[in-house]
Design a protein around this ligand. Structure first.
Ligand code: FES
Length: 65
């Protein structure tokens, strides 16, 4: 989710070369590596999670809640 106004970043625009995702609603840009908000209007980061690809399986290191 975008930290600006709760839009779905999974519907956004992926820039694999820059390792960023752009929000589809107001075009804030986030680093996929760190979650840092790189472009206005978002100014708060988004959470990121460690991943590991093992064969065809993708493991996501989610926090304990
Ligand atoms: S909802 Fe993502 S930039 Fe506004």
């Amino acid at each position: 989710m975008c930290s600006h106004a709760r839009s779905r970043l999974s519907d956004g625009y992926l820039d694999e070369k820059a390792c960023t995702v752009e929000c589809p609603t107001h075009n804030a840009v986030f680093s996929l590596a760190t979650g840092e908000a790189l472009e206005f209007p978002a100014d708060e980061p988004i959470p990121t999670y460690g991943i590991e690809l093992v064969g065809d399986d993708l493991y996501i290191d989610l926090p304990d809640d």
